[in-house]
Structure formats: structure tokens, C-alpha cells
Design a protein around this ligand. Structure first.
Ligand code: SF4
Length: 261
């Protein structure tokens, strides 16, 4: 297992040397790199003006409970095992979660649910995820999103989704050969995955199932599993329960041969 290193905060010399995407064409060009380059370059991306404004405004104004903290306020890179068997695809960073902490699903209720479940099925080293330096490691799992910046109301526009696609496309190109399962959290990710896979050269079959919790689609050597998103809209209302979430990750772990502890 190779665990992803932390990414640099603003002002770090390594971050200052990273080339910056200012437009969609820059994203296309800069996403043609190694996984390490992609993970670094995405964190300084400025290609979506509305999302740049929003993520930075949230980082300036903050939520009162986090008023003393420095917010990340930038795009959030994928996190986890850099040689994964299971890829988890969400939607986008949360304004006061990953946009604050700089790590996917970290520092909010969605992450509480996600990492607790991954821990219960043996894929995370600890059940909580509060900050990028809390020591959490994932076993065989890499978490990413179709959109890497926090969007207003958690709703990226189609143009923003498409502008961000090359980052995910490159992650999929690099990671796909080693994957056994993809867990997609929510319909947005389910819809975003197929065209991105096709663009990555994967022969995606027609007649794939619509998104549903428990939906399964076989794409070449990979099983794609649908799972309700771990947002509070689903977890507070009981639409998604802990056993339901655990069942999906246990299934992914079993498919990937990661259920041996
Ligand atoms: S959403 Fe993606 S493409 Fe747009 S600014 Fe953020 S990282 Fe860049």
C-alpha cells in the first residue's frame, strides 16, 4: 500500500512551483501527468471562476465554529491508497468540510459516516476523519470526486463538471488497471463516471442500470456499485442507514479481495 502524502498549503514552496490551470484548456494539458502531478496540480486549479470565488469566500468568511481555523479554500485532491483496488467516487468537497480541511470527506458529518463505515469493514485505520494530519490511512481505497472544488448548494453546473473532468479522467486512466470495484456515492457521480470512462478508452457497455442504491454494473474487470450519498439529506432522514452503507463497502471489499482483515 502506498498512502497519499499531504498536499501543500498556500505559500509552500512546492505549491508555488506547481503550474496553475486558469482555463479549461489548461486543465486538459496539465492533467496529462503522473498521479502525483495530477494530485498536486489540481490543488492550485483556478479554471472555474464561480467555484474559485465561492471556495475562497467560504474560506474567508468561515463558519463560526471554525472561526479560529485556517481554511484550505482550494480544490481538494484525491485521497487514500495510491495503488487502490477500490475507488470511491463522490460529488464535490463540502464547503466547511473538505474545503476547510483540505482532505476528501474530512471534517463533516458526511465524512463521519463514510470513514466509520470504511473502518467497520476494515478499509480505514480509524473511524474518524477530522483533519488532514489526523493519521488516517486507507487500505486499498482511493477517494475522489468528479468536481474538486466546493460548489454553492453542492450543485456544480454541467460546465464546471465538464471542465473538471480531465482530472478524474487521468486518475481513472492511471488507476483503472488495478481496480476491482468502484463505489459511486450518488447519482451525480454515477452520471459523471460513464462518459469519463469512455474518454479514458474503457469499453463501457450500453444498457447500464440507472443509479440506485445497490445497483451493480460490470465494466470490463471492474464492478461499479451504486450507493446513496452519505450526505445528511440521506443519513438524517434514514434513507441511508449504517447497515446499508456497510453492505456496499463489504461487497466492494469482497470483490477486491480486501475482506481478509
Ligand atoms: S472544479 Fe475542477 S476544474 Fe474547476 S476550478 Fe475546481 S479543480 Fe479546477
Amino acid at each position: 500500500m502506498t498512502t497519499s502524502p499531504g498536499t501543500g498549503w498556500p505559500g509552500d514552496p512546492a505549491t508555488a512551483r506547481t503550474p496553475v490551470a486558469h482555463a479549461p484548456a489548461d486543465v486538459v494539458r496539465l492533467a496529462r501527468g503522473t498521479l502525483a502531478q495530477v494530485r498536486a496540480r489540481v490543488t492550485v486549479c483556478r479554471a472555474c471562476p464561480r467555484l474559485v470565488d465561492w471556495r475562497e469566500e467560504v474560506a474567508r468568511e468561515k463558519r463560526r465554529a471554525f472561526a479560529e481555523q485556517q481554511y484550505w479554500g482550494r480544490p481538494v485532491a484525491g485521497f487514500g491508497d495510491l495503488e487502490p483496488r477500490v475507488l470511491v467516487l463522490g460529488l464535490a468537497p463540502a464547503a466547511h468540510g473538505a474545503n476547510r480541511t483540505g482532505r476528501m470527506f474530512t471534517g463533516d458529518r458526511s465524512g463521519d459516516w463514510l470513514y466509520a463505515s470504511l473502518h467497520r469493514v476494515g478499509l480505514a485505520s480509524q473511524p474518524t476523519s477530522v483533519s488532514a494530519d489526523d493519521g488516517l490511512t486507507l487500505r486499498g481505497v482511493y477517494i475522489t470526486a468528479p468536481v474538486h472544488c466546493a460548489p454553492p448548494a453542492n450543485k456544480p453546473t454541467p460546465t464546471e463538471r465538464d471542465t473538471c473532468r480531465p482530472w478524474l479522467l487521468r486518475e481513472l486512466e492511471l488507476l483503472w488497471p488495478g481496480l476491482a470495484a468502484v463505489v459511486v456515492l450518488g447519482g451525480f457521480g454515477w452520471q459523471a463516471l460513464w462518459p469519463t470512462l469512455r474518454a479514458a478508452g474503457v469499453d463501457v457497455p450500453t444498457g447500464l442500470p440507472a443509479f440506485a442504491h445497490g445497483a451493480e454494473a460490470r465494466v470490463r474487470h471492474v464492478t461499479v456499485l451504486g450507493c446513496y450519498h452519505v450526505s445528511q439529506q440521506n443519513t438524517f432522514t434514514g434513507r441511508l442507514t449504517e447497515p446499508m452503507l456497510d453492505a456496499v463497502f463489504a461487497r466492494a471489499a469482497s470483490i477486491a479481495g480486501l475482506d481478509g482483515g
